[in-house]
Structures are given as C-alpha cells and as structure tokens.
Design a protein around this ligand. Structure first.
Ligand code: URA
Length: 437
C-alpha cells in the first residue's frame, strides 16, 4: 500500500477500506507517513467527506493508536459526557458528581479552554493543588475508589488524534464533520466509558453555528457509538448566549457549587438535569422520570456536593472553597456595567462574552498560555429580560481598571436590544436518544 494512492482515491471521491485507513493512521502516527502527505489526505477528506463506515474505521484506528483503557474490572457500567465547548459551560462540575452520587461511576477525559471557549480542567484548577495529569493507572484506581474522575488527555490515549489535530489546525481542515466526530469519539473510545452523552452546542458561542450542522455532527457521533458498541446519545443545546451567569474559571466553580447547593441559576440547573438524566438513562436502569427523581434526591441530600469534594480531594485539591467559596481565587476589582438604554435584551453574543473573558485573562489565545483563575464576568440579566436605562446588567472581575474598561466596551457590543418583549432562545434544541440497540 502507498500513501499517495490512498490520497488519490479519496481525492477522486472513492471510499477508503478499513485496511487503507488503518495503514494511513498507523503510518502517520509512527512517523512513516510525512506531514505533507497527511495534510493532503486531510484536505481530500475535508472536500470529499467520509461515509459512515469510513468514519467508524477512522475512529477505531485513532483510538487504537494508543492505550485503550479497560474499565470492566472497575465497574460494570461507566458513563461519560462530552461538550463540544462553549461559554459559561461548567456542566461537568455539576453532572459528574450528581450522576456518581446516584451510584453510576463517571470516568471523564476533559480539555482546556482555547480562544473564547472555556475548559473544565482550567476551572477545576481553581482549587489549589488540583491535578488533572493522571496516567491510565491512576485514572482507573481513582475511578474504582471514588466513582468519579476528571482527567486531562495524556499522550497514551489516542495519540493519532493529537498529531492529526495539530495538523488540521494549520491546514484549514478542522471544520469537517467526519474529522471532528472521529477526533472526539476516538478519545471517548480510548478512555473506555460504556455510555456517553454528547452535549453538542449550537449558536454564536459554539463551534457549530447552525442547528443543521450541530445535528449532523451529533448524528455522526451517535452512529459511531452504534458502530463500536458503545451507548451514545446527544443533546443539541443552545450556546447563543452564555450558559448560566458566570464566565471565568473560579466564578464558574462558584456557580457550580451554588448549583450543587440547590441555589444555582435555573437555566443552568435545567441544562444539567437534562444531561445527567440522559447519562443515567444510558445504563438502562432508569427511565427519564426515575433518573430525575434520583438526581433531585442526590442534589437535595447534599450527596452530589459530597461527591464533588471527593473529586477535588482525590485529585490533590484543597476542598475548603466548597464550604467557603470566598476562598476561591478572586480578582481585585469588581466593575459594574450598566444598560445603555431601556428595553428587552434581544441578543447576548456568547462568543463576544467569551472573547472579553479571554482578554481579561480567563482564557488563552494560544495553547499552553497561563490563565488567571480569578477574573471573568458575571451576568445579571439574560436574553428576554427587561432592563431600565442605567440598571446593572453585569459585573466584570478584573485585575485592573484598564482591563475592566476594555472588557466593558467589548461586552456592550455583545448586546442587541428590543423595545418589544421577546422569548429567550430554547435551552435544548433537540435530543438524539440512544437507539437502545
Ligand atoms: N474537539 C475535538 O476533540 N476534536 C475536534 O476535531 C474538534 C473539537
């Protein structure tokens, strides 16, 4: 087999066989196929697409490029969730402890924030000492002992995805459904969960800007799940405005703690309940009603909050801020921003809010940059809310007055106003349930 023949076959619109895909992925990961051939292949895939079967083969080939965690010895059924990324998305911090508190272990690989989009690991590192750098053995032992683990991607898991993603990033081949779906699902396969709920975000603050694109990606991932014998369902959820009120690492942790204490923002709690319900339903031991009842029970009894403490302690963090959130990192300056006019908020562009948070230091423009855990934005009003001119609409948490003022002008550009009342966008656009097969 020769790499150039496989590139030509895809360039000319033909389907690749399992053997050809395996050959290409193995060859590239082992350094036998050079970057320039992999780049040409990626562009051919980008332009020609891939069938369902090809996408499944690609996912398996990438998953098998490294260690495949076997969770069978740890628990009979482990669940995971994955968000395609958004602004103010601290869902994992709430749903992982709640689902685990219902007796279903959660083993999760999470990512870091990049650009306007936040990352779960950065949020968790608001706890002093918390580490997400767990190797496969520690991932398994934490899962066995605590029933919850949230770790970062390591080089042992799906290394093919790491090298291919880096190349996609610089060859304009990121935005391609089979490549995104196989990239996400290869890591999920390698980390071993039996059931996965995909939270596919749609809107201005998401990777997928239209519902049609989001549904295509969700369907591709659910089909991969079916093809590889994992239970997968997908929730298409709104990211036209930030989720909840807080945007920024420690601020979001605080909102997650409030939510686990049953006093979080209603939209955020509703979102968490939908995701966690589907995680429990994948076990086949719960229908929707039983799942919601169990989750509400775990919330009200405080068992979810205790499980969150377990997670923080198990990964070396100081759990004191869970009882006293004032101990979380805080920015020195709190700068209120007021409404420039009276009316109803018609839009609150999540991407612009995410960019403003990044400029404050909460996120990174390039991989590997340090971040500031204390800074960010707390919204006080959201789409559909009525405000008076001069009423406080948000608070910027910043290191300096200059940074706060820059954020204020970016943030005011995120709003559109209406003189007429309007409905907020739906929180959940669509659900693609596990087929039960
Ligand atoms: N997230 C991933 O893990 N992979 C992609 O290709 C895009 C988003």
């Amino acid at each position: 087999m020769r790499a150039q023949d496989i590139i030509a076959k895809k360039r000319d619109g033909f389907s690749l066989s399992k053997e050809e895909i395996d050959f290409f992925i193995q060859g590239f990961t082992q350094g036998e196929i050079p970057d320039y051939q992999a780049a040409a292949w990626l562009m051919a895939v980008y332009l020609r697409g891939m069938s369902k079967e090809e996408t499944i083969h690609l996912t398996k080939a990438m998953a098998r490029s490294g260690r495949m965690l076997d969770l069978k010895g740890v628990a009979p059924f482990v669940v995971d969730k994955h968000s395609t990324g958004g602004v103010g998305d601290k869902t994992t911090l709430v749903v992982a402890p709640l689902v685990s508190a219902c007796g279903v272990p959660v083993g999760k690989i999470s990512g870091r924030g990049l650009g306007f989009s936040g990352g779960t690991l950065d949020k968790l590192e608001s706890f002093a000492g918390f580490t997400s750098q767990l190797d496969g053995d520690r991932f398994l032992s934490n899962l066995a002992r605590y029933g919850i683990v949230v770790a970062g991607q390591t080089e042992e898991l799906a290394p093919a995805d790491g090298v291919l993603y880096a190349l996609r990033d610089v060859t304009a081949t990121v935005g391609c459904v089979p490549l995104i779906a196989s990239s996400i699902m290869s890591k999920k396969l390698a980390s071993g969960a039996d059931g996965i709920v995909l939270d596919v975000k749609v809107g201005r603050g998401a990777f997928m800007k239209s519902e049609e694109e989001a549904v295509r990606l969700a369907q591709a991932m659910v089909e991969i799940g079916e093809g590889v014998g994992r239970r997968v369902s997908a929730v298409i959820s709104d990211m036209s405005q930030p989720l909840g009120y807080a945007v920024g690492n420690a601020l979001e942790v605080r909102e997650a703690i409030d939510t686990l204490k049953d006093s979080g923002p209603p939209d955020f709690w509703e979102h968490c309940l939908v995701i966690a319900t589907h995680m429990l339903m994948l076990t086949s031991s719960y229908d929707a009603e039983a799942a919601q009842e169990a989750l509400r029970g775990a919330l009200r009894s405080g068992r979810g909050l205790e499980k969150f403490k377990d997670l923080v302690v198990a990964q070396g963090g100081d759990p004191a801020p869970i009882d006293d959130p004032m101990l979380l990192p805080q920015a020195p300056l709190q700068h209120p921003v007021t409404a420039p006019r009276a009316g109803y908020i018609a839009a609150l562009d999540a991407q612009k809010v995410g960019m403003a948070a990044m400029r404050l230091g909460a996120g990174r423009a390039k991989k590997g940059e340090p971040i500031d855990h204390g800074v960010g934005i707390v919204l006080h009003k959201k789409i559909g809310d009525q405000v008076e001119a001069g009423e406080k609409i948000l608070t910027v948490h910043a290191q300096s007055k200059e940074a706060a003022q820059e954020a204020e002008s970016l943030l005011l550009g995120a709003y559109a106003w209406s003189a007429e009342p309007l409905e907020p966008p739906p929180l959940i656009h669509r659900i693609i349930p596990w087929s039960g097969r």
